[in-house]
Design a protein around this ligand. Structure first.
Ligand SMILES: C[S@@+](CC[C@H](N)C(=O)[O-])C[C@H]1O[C@@H](n2cnc3c(N)ncnc32)[C@H](O)[C@@H]1O
Length: 253
């Protein structure tokens, strides 16, 4: 091994990420031709966290997605279930709080975070809809969710070229640079099997998030979904007056 199958058994997924941890960030840069840095900047802007706020970066891996928050003085918690990824993260950024956590059963109380975010992690979670419910639970009412995930390119000819890249080019490139090249076959397969932008937006709504919107990046290779946890009124009813429940917009990339 080690590569997980599309069944995404948690032990297999965690072990696979343990194995890629050592060269994870380098491989990301190479496979995305540097685009990953631009995608990360968009996510940080969408999370819009400020000093004094608490942010959960779920499936944080080596903490690369958590660093900009820590650098801005935001109290960020980097949570992941792969001991190998966490170890690399703790070594690289001892100032960041890393917590071993399964996205489907988070070890945090209700309403703990001003914002919750997950970058390139949800696709790997065995039960992503349960993870979206858990993220809702730990986020404060009125708090924000930002999900970055690979998605479906919107322009059909580009989609064809991209799918070829995923299936044919990634494995040989990964063999040259990755510590566990086989896992990059899983990467390609899992991206192809993942729901498109609208389906994922529907999952967010189903989980209880409101004001769901998404933005396509690099022609839809990546989509960034944003949503708000509804507030609850004194009468115990959900107040969605300030938000547009379930609306999905697609500003141009
Ligand atoms: C592709 S990495 C993303 C890491 C980081 N967010 C980034 O942007 O570089 C995906 C991460 O999801 C984690 N993961 C997968 N399933 C998980 C689960 N059920 N609970 C917690 N973490 C999970 C893996 O361990 C891995 O570190």
């Amino acid at each position: 091994m080690n590569r997980a199958s599309l069944e995404k058994r948690p032990d297999d997924v965690a072990r696979m990420f343990d194995d890629v941890a050592a060269r994870y960030d380098l491989v990301n840069d190479v496979l995305s031709a540097g685009q990953v840095r631009y995608w990360r900047r968009i996510v940080v802007a969408a999370v819009d966290a400020h000093r004094g706020q608490r942010v959960l970066d779920l499936a944080a891996g080596t903490g690369t997605s958590s660093e900009p928050y820590a650098d801005a003085g935001v109290d960020v918690v980097a949570a992941d279930f792969s001991p190998g990824m966490l170890e690399v993260g703790r070594r690289r950024r001892p100032d960041i709080t890393f917590v071993q956590a399964d996205a489907t059963a988070l070890p945090f109380g209700d309403d703990e975070f001003d914002a919750t975010t997950i970058s390139y992690g949800l696709r790997n979670v065995n039960d992503p809809r349960q993870a979206l419910r858990e993220m809702l639970r730990v986020t404060k009412p009125g708090g924000r969710l930002v999900v970055a995930e690979f998605s479906r390119p919107t322009f059909a000819p580009f989609r064809t070229v991209y799918t070829e890249y995923l299936m044919r080019a990634i494995p040989p490139i990964a063999r040259a640079v990755a510590s566990n090249p086989d896992s990059y076959v899983y990467l390609a397969e899992s991206i192809r099997a993942w729901p498109d932008q609208d389906q994922l937006a529907g999952w967010l709504v189903e989980a209880g998030w409101t004001d769901v919107q998404y933005r396509n990046l690099t022609g839809g290779i990546v989509a960034v979904h944003r949503a708000i946890r509804p507030t609850v009124t004194a009468a115990g009813t959900v107040d969605t007056s300030a938000v547009d429940t379930g609306s999905v917009t697609t500003p141009s990339s």
